[in-house]
Every structure is written in C-alpha cells, then in structure tokens.
Design a binder for this molecule. Structure first.
Ligand SMILES: C[S@@+](CC[C@H](N)C(=O)[O-])C[C@H]1O[C@@H](n2cnc3c(N)ncnc32)[C@H](O)[C@@H]1O
Length: 207
C-alpha cells in the first residue's frame, strides 16, 4: 500500500512539475538577448530532466530499476513523502513568483526584470533548493538508490557548473541592483530562516 502511495505521489509530482514548466515556457514570447553557454546548458538541462523526471516514471512503469531497490522502513518513506511535497511546494512557489522571467537555461530577455519579492526576497535560488530536496527525497520515496544517486550526481554537476555563471550573468545585467539584492538574500539558505518559515505558511501575505 505504502509502495503504491509513494509511487503515485512521485508520478503526480513529475507530471505536475512538467505542466508548470510547459506553462511558463510558452508564456514569455519576448526576445532573448543573452543565452549563456547555450550548448552546455542544453545538454545538462536535458540530462537533469531525464534523471529527475524520466527515470522515476520508468521506474514506476517498468521493472528496469528493480536491482537497485532498497528495503527502507515505512517511517523513512513517510518522512520522504513530506519532504518531497515540501520540495514540490517550493518549486511551484518559485515558478509562480519568477513567472515570465523563468527560463530552463541561463537567458536574459529584452524586458527582463530582477525579481526580488515573495520567496525571492529570502532566497536567490529557491528552484535549485527545491531541486536538491526533490532529487534527494525522490530516492527515499521510491526506495531506490540507483535513482537517488543518478539524479543527485547529474543535478550536482549542473548545479555547480551553473550557479556561478548565473550569478555573474545577473550581476552583469542588473549591476548594483543585483549586488544589493545579493547582500540581503541567501543563496540556498534563507537570509532570515524564521521570517522565511512564516512566509511559507502564508505566501500571499508577502507577495
Ligand atoms: C532555471 S531558472 C532558476 C532561477 C533561480 N536560480 C532559482 O533557483 O530560483 C534560471 C533563469 O532564471 C533567471 N533568473 C534567476 N534569478 C532571477 C531573478 N531574481 N530575477 C529574474 N530572473 C532571474 C535567469 O535569467 C535564468 O535564465
């Protein structure tokens, strides 16, 4: 029973995040004026998408990853459900807040604005925090170390190669505005954890 619940949550999580991405991908039609490291970003983003979305779906639908299964105690998988749902919550909140400024790669659009409200007030990289939470909890949720290691390694490569590039791209684009924002916000750990937690309970109050 728990196995089925975990697999279903993961399947809905993957479908939900794909829908959110498709929605915002199609929303912004304005011209891209900077596309940093286009080829590398394309390859890494595709690999991350495969490792974090396609593999869990394959795992659900086939026996392909059965050899990597682990027998985790029920309480760990129940805990993983809550951590995974929390990751999805951050992921959705970050997408809604970044809105049409979101892009799967490192791009700047013609009318690009620096987003500093909502969840971005506390964190500069809430989507990346969400992705860390999701790739790690996904392995526990599916009770499969193959999926956990593959997802984490692929995402870690993309994250560590990307984070510095993204910050310097935004700094070049927004100058002092970005430096001031950087001083007040955290990268993956919120600048003010207590205010951040209060914000997460009622995000609409601090939009
Ligand atoms: C995949 S999104 C990730 C955004 C952010 N790093 C996060 O973890 O929430 C990458 C795109 O978001 C844009 N971006 C990142 N932070 C931004 C901000 N504070 N305001 C506007 N655009 C931003 C960049 O231009 C880049 O093309």
């Amino acid at each position: 029973m728990l196995e089925k619940i975990c697999n279903t949550i993961c399947l809905f999580g993957v479908i939900g995040s794909s829908i959110i991405r498709a929605k915002y991908r199609n929303k912004n039609k304005s011209q891209v004026v900077r596309d940093t490291l286009k080829t590398r970003e394309l390859i890494l983003s595709s690999l991350t998408l495969i490792a974090t979305s396609a593999l869990p779906v394959f795992h659900n639908l086939t026996n392909l990853f059965q050899a990597f299964s682990i027998n985790l105690p029920a309480f760990i998988r129940i805990l993983a459900i809550f951590v995974y749902l929390f990751g999805q919550y951050l992921f959705v909140l970050a997408h809604i807040t970044l809105g049409t400024m979101w892009a799967p790669r490192l791009t700047i659009r013609k009318d690009h604005k620096l987003i500093r409200h909502g969840i971005y007030r506390y964190l500069r990289h809430p989507m990346y925090l969400a992705t860390w939470i999701l790739v790690l909890s996904q392995g526990f949720l599916l009770s499969n170390w193959g999926i956990m290691i593959l997802g984490t390694v692929v995402w870690a490569i993309q994250y560590f190669l990307r984070i510095g590039e993204e910050e310097s791209m935004l700094q070049q684009e927004f100058g002092r505005e970005y430096l001031a924002y950087k001083e007040k916000s955290g990268s993956l750990i919120p600048s003010d954890p207590f205010k951040f937690l209060a914000f997460l309970v009622q995000p609409w109050k601090d939009w």
